[in-house]
Design a protein around this ligand. Structure first.
Ligand code: GUN
Length: 297
Protein backbone atom coordinates (compact mmCIF):
# COMPACT_ATOMS: atom_id res chain seq x y z
CA UNK A 1 0.00 0.00 0.00
CA UNK A 2 1.34 3.47 -0.90
CA UNK A 3 1.78 6.29 1.57
CA UNK A 4 -1.01 8.74 2.33
CA UNK A 5 -0.13 12.00 0.60
CA UNK A 6 -0.52 14.92 3.02
CA UNK A 7 -1.95 17.69 0.85
CA UNK A 8 -0.39 20.92 2.14
CA UNK A 9 -2.05 23.01 -0.54
CA UNK A 10 -5.52 21.93 0.60
CA UNK A 11 -4.57 22.21 4.27
CA UNK A 12 -3.20 25.73 3.75
CA UNK A 13 -6.41 26.77 1.97
CA UNK A 14 -8.32 25.56 5.05
CA UNK A 15 -6.08 27.59 7.38
CA UNK A 16 -6.55 30.70 5.23
CA UNK A 17 -10.33 30.18 5.33
CA UNK A 18 -10.26 29.99 9.13
CA UNK A 19 -8.11 33.12 9.28
CA UNK A 20 -10.40 34.98 6.88
CA UNK A 21 -13.50 34.03 8.90
CA UNK A 22 -11.87 35.28 12.10
CA UNK A 23 -10.77 38.51 10.41
CA UNK A 24 -14.34 39.15 9.24
CA UNK A 25 -15.53 38.71 12.83
CA UNK A 26 -12.81 41.03 14.20
CA UNK A 27 -13.80 43.71 11.72
CA UNK A 28 -17.54 43.52 12.33
CA UNK A 29 -17.53 42.94 16.10
CA UNK A 30 -14.47 44.91 17.16
CA UNK A 31 -13.78 47.31 14.29
CA UNK A 32 -10.21 45.99 14.05
CA UNK A 33 -8.37 44.99 10.87
CA UNK A 34 -5.15 43.01 11.41
CA UNK A 35 -2.17 44.49 9.58
CA UNK A 36 1.07 42.88 8.41
CA UNK A 37 4.15 44.91 7.43
CA UNK A 38 6.71 43.17 5.23
CA UNK A 39 10.13 44.75 4.77
CA UNK A 40 12.28 43.77 1.80
CA UNK A 41 15.80 45.14 1.45
CA UNK A 42 17.37 44.76 -1.99
CA UNK A 43 16.30 42.83 -5.05
CA UNK A 44 16.92 39.15 -4.34
CA UNK A 45 14.66 37.51 -6.97
CA UNK A 46 13.43 34.66 -4.73
CA UNK A 47 12.66 37.13 -1.90
CA UNK A 48 10.72 39.35 -4.31
CA UNK A 49 8.53 36.39 -5.29
CA UNK A 50 7.89 35.46 -1.63
CA UNK A 51 7.10 39.04 -0.63
CA UNK A 52 4.66 39.50 -3.50
CA UNK A 53 2.93 36.27 -2.57
CA UNK A 54 2.74 37.26 1.11
CA UNK A 55 1.20 40.64 0.25
CA UNK A 56 -1.37 39.08 -2.06
CA UNK A 57 -2.48 36.42 0.43
CA UNK A 58 -2.61 38.96 3.29
CA UNK A 59 -5.12 41.04 1.33
CA UNK A 60 -7.07 37.94 0.27
CA UNK A 61 -7.84 37.04 3.91
CA UNK A 62 -9.05 40.60 4.55
CA UNK A 63 -6.00 41.97 6.37
CA UNK A 64 -4.08 45.16 5.62
CA UNK A 65 -0.73 44.63 3.91
CA UNK A 66 2.02 47.23 4.24
CA UNK A 67 5.00 46.63 1.97
CA UNK A 68 8.29 48.45 2.47
CA UNK A 69 10.82 47.95 -0.30
CA UNK A 70 14.22 49.45 0.49
CA UNK A 71 17.33 49.82 -1.68
CA UNK A 72 20.04 47.19 -1.34
CA UNK A 73 22.42 49.81 0.11
CA UNK A 74 20.01 50.99 2.83
CA UNK A 75 21.92 51.77 6.03
CA UNK A 76 21.36 49.82 9.23
CA UNK A 77 20.27 53.05 10.96
CA UNK A 78 17.57 53.67 8.34
CA UNK A 79 16.30 50.09 8.56
CA UNK A 80 16.22 50.24 12.38
CA UNK A 81 14.36 53.56 12.20
CA UNK A 82 11.71 51.99 9.95
CA UNK A 83 11.30 49.05 12.34
CA UNK A 84 10.95 51.44 15.30
CA UNK A 85 8.20 53.26 13.39
CA UNK A 86 6.39 49.99 12.67
CA UNK A 87 6.80 48.88 16.31
CA UNK A 88 4.95 52.04 17.37
CA UNK A 89 2.23 51.88 14.72
CA UNK A 90 -1.00 50.51 16.27
CA UNK A 91 -2.32 49.49 12.83
CA UNK A 92 0.63 47.13 12.37
CA UNK A 93 0.20 43.88 14.30
CA UNK A 94 2.88 41.83 12.54
CA UNK A 95 6.32 42.76 11.18
CA UNK A 96 8.37 40.52 8.90
CA UNK A 97 11.83 41.44 7.63
CA UNK A 98 12.53 39.19 4.65
CA UNK A 99 15.77 37.24 4.96
CA UNK A 100 18.48 37.02 3.80
CA UNK A 101 19.47 40.66 4.31
CA UNK A 102 22.34 42.21 2.32
CA UNK A 103 25.71 41.35 3.90
CA UNK A 104 26.36 44.84 5.37
CA UNK A 105 23.32 44.49 7.65
CA UNK A 106 23.46 42.56 10.95
CA UNK A 107 20.45 40.21 10.72
CA UNK A 108 20.44 39.34 14.43
CA UNK A 109 20.48 43.01 15.43
CA UNK A 110 17.70 43.82 12.97
CA UNK A 111 15.47 40.89 13.96
CA UNK A 112 15.97 41.61 17.66
CA UNK A 113 14.88 45.22 17.15
CA UNK A 114 11.35 44.04 16.22
CA UNK A 115 8.80 44.22 19.06
CA UNK A 116 8.58 40.51 20.11
CA UNK A 117 4.76 40.80 20.22
CA UNK A 118 4.81 41.76 16.50
CA UNK A 119 7.51 39.24 15.52
CA UNK A 120 5.30 37.02 13.36
CA UNK A 121 8.37 35.06 12.18
CA UNK A 122 9.12 34.02 15.76
CA UNK A 123 12.82 34.76 15.22
CA UNK A 124 13.32 37.33 18.01
CA UNK A 125 15.53 36.01 20.80
CA UNK A 126 12.67 36.52 23.31
CA UNK A 127 10.34 34.33 21.27
CA UNK A 128 13.05 31.70 20.85
CA UNK A 129 13.48 31.63 24.65
CA UNK A 130 9.74 31.54 25.31
CA UNK A 131 9.27 28.63 22.90
CA UNK A 132 12.23 26.79 24.42
CA UNK A 133 10.74 27.09 27.90
CA UNK A 134 7.22 26.15 26.83
CA UNK A 135 5.76 29.63 27.30
CA UNK A 136 3.36 31.47 25.02
CA UNK A 137 5.34 32.90 22.11
CA UNK A 138 5.21 33.68 18.42
CA UNK A 139 6.14 30.44 16.64
CA UNK A 140 8.16 30.27 13.39
CA UNK A 141 5.80 29.72 10.46
CA UNK A 142 7.31 26.71 8.68
CA UNK A 143 7.64 24.50 11.78
CA UNK A 144 4.16 25.60 12.91
CA UNK A 145 2.78 24.46 9.55
CA UNK A 146 4.55 21.10 9.90
CA UNK A 147 3.15 20.67 13.43
CA UNK A 148 -0.40 21.42 12.26
CA UNK A 149 -0.16 18.78 9.53
CA UNK A 150 1.32 16.22 11.92
CA UNK A 151 -1.41 16.82 14.51
CA UNK A 152 -4.08 16.51 11.85
CA UNK A 153 -2.63 13.24 10.56
CA UNK A 154 -1.77 11.58 13.89
CA UNK A 155 -4.11 13.17 16.38
CA UNK A 156 -1.79 12.90 19.40
CA UNK A 157 1.98 12.89 18.83
CA UNK A 158 2.68 11.83 22.41
CA UNK A 159 5.41 9.23 22.80
CA UNK A 160 6.32 9.11 19.11
CA UNK A 161 9.95 9.16 18.11
CA UNK A 162 10.80 12.15 15.89
CA UNK A 163 14.02 12.84 14.01
CA UNK A 164 14.54 16.35 12.67
CA UNK A 165 17.26 16.43 10.03
CA UNK A 166 18.66 19.96 9.99
CA UNK A 167 19.57 22.38 12.77
CA UNK A 168 18.69 25.81 11.38
CA UNK A 169 17.23 28.54 13.58
CA UNK A 170 14.35 28.96 11.11
CA UNK A 171 13.21 25.33 10.92
CA UNK A 172 15.26 22.58 12.61
CA UNK A 173 15.64 23.97 16.14
CA UNK A 174 12.10 25.38 16.56
CA UNK A 175 10.64 22.21 14.97
CA UNK A 176 12.41 20.12 17.60
CA UNK A 177 11.04 22.36 20.38
CA UNK A 178 7.50 22.06 19.05
CA UNK A 179 7.70 18.27 18.78
CA UNK A 180 9.09 18.11 22.31
CA UNK A 181 6.18 20.30 23.42
CA UNK A 182 3.83 17.66 21.98
CA UNK A 183 5.68 14.95 23.97
CA UNK A 184 7.66 13.36 21.14
CA UNK A 185 11.08 11.84 21.83
CA UNK A 186 13.17 14.15 19.68
CA UNK A 187 16.54 13.78 17.98
CA UNK A 188 18.10 16.65 16.03
CA UNK A 189 20.32 15.16 13.36
CA UNK A 190 22.25 16.97 10.64
CA UNK A 191 24.70 16.50 7.81
CA UNK A 192 27.53 15.55 10.21
CA UNK A 193 25.51 13.02 12.23
CA UNK A 194 27.23 9.62 12.30
CA UNK A 195 25.20 6.81 10.71
CA UNK A 196 22.53 9.31 9.68
CA UNK A 197 20.44 6.73 7.75
CA UNK A 198 20.36 4.47 10.82
CA UNK A 199 19.33 7.38 13.07
CA UNK A 200 16.53 8.37 10.67
CA UNK A 201 15.35 4.73 10.48
CA UNK A 202 14.41 4.86 14.19
CA UNK A 203 11.86 7.62 13.63
CA UNK A 204 8.07 7.46 13.58
CA UNK A 205 8.23 11.06 12.31
CA UNK A 206 10.96 12.38 10.01
CA UNK A 207 11.21 16.12 9.34
CA UNK A 208 13.79 16.79 6.64
CA UNK A 209 15.12 20.35 6.54
CA UNK A 210 18.74 20.20 5.41
CA UNK A 211 18.55 21.87 2.01
CA UNK A 212 20.14 18.95 0.15
CA UNK A 213 18.13 17.73 -2.83
CA UNK A 214 16.74 14.19 -2.39
CA UNK A 215 19.24 13.30 0.34
CA UNK A 216 16.84 11.14 2.36
CA UNK A 217 16.01 7.96 0.45
CA UNK A 218 13.44 5.23 1.07
CA UNK A 219 15.95 2.86 2.68
CA UNK A 220 16.36 5.45 5.50
CA UNK A 221 12.66 5.35 6.36
CA UNK A 222 11.04 3.04 8.93
CA UNK A 223 8.04 1.33 7.30
CA UNK A 224 4.88 3.30 8.07
CA UNK A 225 6.70 6.44 9.28
CA UNK A 226 5.45 9.95 8.52
CA UNK A 227 7.80 12.00 6.34
CA UNK A 228 7.57 15.80 6.36
CA UNK A 229 9.76 17.27 3.63
CA UNK A 230 10.63 20.93 4.22
CA UNK A 231 13.18 21.13 1.38
CA UNK A 232 12.57 23.20 -1.72
CA UNK A 233 15.47 22.68 -4.12
CA UNK A 234 15.63 23.66 -7.76
CA UNK A 235 17.55 21.06 -9.75
CA UNK A 236 18.13 20.45 -13.40
CA UNK A 237 15.82 17.68 -14.57
CA UNK A 238 15.43 15.85 -17.86
CA UNK A 239 16.35 17.87 -20.98
CA UNK A 240 17.82 20.66 -18.85
CA UNK A 241 14.43 21.71 -17.48
CA UNK A 242 14.41 23.06 -13.90
CA UNK A 243 12.52 20.87 -11.43
CA UNK A 244 11.58 21.42 -7.76
CA UNK A 245 12.49 18.60 -5.41
CA UNK A 246 12.54 18.22 -1.65
CA UNK A 247 15.22 16.95 0.72
CA UNK A 248 13.62 13.50 0.39
CA UNK A 249 13.64 11.30 -2.67
CA UNK A 250 9.87 11.23 -3.10
CA UNK A 251 9.22 7.95 -4.93
CA UNK A 252 11.46 5.76 -2.79
CA UNK A 253 10.30 7.36 0.50
CA UNK A 254 6.61 7.19 -0.49
CA UNK A 255 7.01 3.48 -1.16
CA UNK A 256 7.96 2.86 2.49
CA UNK A 257 6.35 5.68 4.48
CA UNK A 258 2.84 5.67 5.95
CA UNK A 259 2.36 9.33 5.03
CA UNK A 260 4.41 11.92 3.19
CA UNK A 261 4.27 15.57 2.11
CA UNK A 262 5.00 16.18 -1.59
CA UNK A 263 7.22 18.91 -3.03
CA UNK A 264 5.75 21.16 -4.28
CA UNK A 265 2.37 21.23 -2.56
CA UNK A 266 3.35 20.03 0.90
CA UNK A 267 5.00 22.21 3.54
CA UNK A 268 5.55 25.19 1.17
CA UNK A 269 1.98 26.53 1.05
CA UNK A 270 1.65 26.13 4.82
CA UNK A 271 4.38 28.69 5.57
CA UNK A 272 2.47 31.75 4.34
CA UNK A 273 -0.82 30.39 5.72
CA UNK A 274 0.87 30.23 9.15
CA UNK A 275 2.26 33.73 8.71
CA UNK A 276 -1.32 34.95 8.29
CA UNK A 277 -2.39 32.88 11.31
CA UNK A 278 0.44 34.41 13.36
CA UNK A 279 -0.57 37.93 12.31
CA UNK A 280 -4.11 37.23 13.44
CA UNK A 281 -2.84 35.78 16.72
CA UNK A 282 -0.63 38.85 17.30
CA UNK A 283 -3.59 41.15 16.59
CA UNK A 284 -5.85 39.28 19.03
CA UNK A 285 -3.17 39.37 21.76
CA UNK A 286 -2.54 43.09 21.18
CA UNK A 287 -6.23 43.78 21.70
CA UNK A 288 -6.79 41.35 24.60
CA UNK A 289 -9.18 39.29 22.51
CA UNK A 290 -9.58 35.51 22.40
CA UNK A 291 -7.08 33.85 20.08
CA UNK A 292 -8.26 31.70 17.17
CA UNK A 293 -8.37 28.02 18.08
CA UNK A 294 -6.16 25.51 16.30
CA UNK A 295 -3.97 28.14 14.65
CA UNK A 296 -1.27 28.38 17.32
CA UNK A 297 1.10 25.87 18.91
N1 GUN B 1 13.42 33.84 4.03
C1 GUN B 1 13.15 32.55 3.77
N2 GUN B 1 12.23 32.07 4.63
C2 GUN B 1 11.90 33.10 5.44
C3 GUN B 1 11.00 33.23 6.52
O1 GUN B 1 10.30 32.29 6.93
N3 GUN B 1 10.94 34.47 7.09
C4 GUN B 1 11.71 35.50 6.66
N4 GUN B 1 11.59 36.65 7.31
N5 GUN B 1 12.55 35.40 5.68
C5 GUN B 1 12.65 34.21 5.06
Amino acid sequence: MGATVIDGKKFAAGVREQVAAHVTKLKSENGITPGLAVVLVGEDPASQVYVRSKGKQTVEVGMNSYEHRLDADTSEADLLALIAKLNNDPDVHGILVQLPLPAHLDSDLVINSIDPAKDVDGFHISNVGLLGTGQKSMVPCTPLGCLMMLREHHGSLSGLSAVVVGRSNIVGKPMAQLLLGDSCTVTIAHSRTKDLPEVVRQADIVVAAVGRPEMVTGDWIKPGATVIDVGINRIEGAEGKARLVGDCHYESCAAVAGAITPVPGGVGPMTIACLLANTLTACCRANDLAEPEGLTA
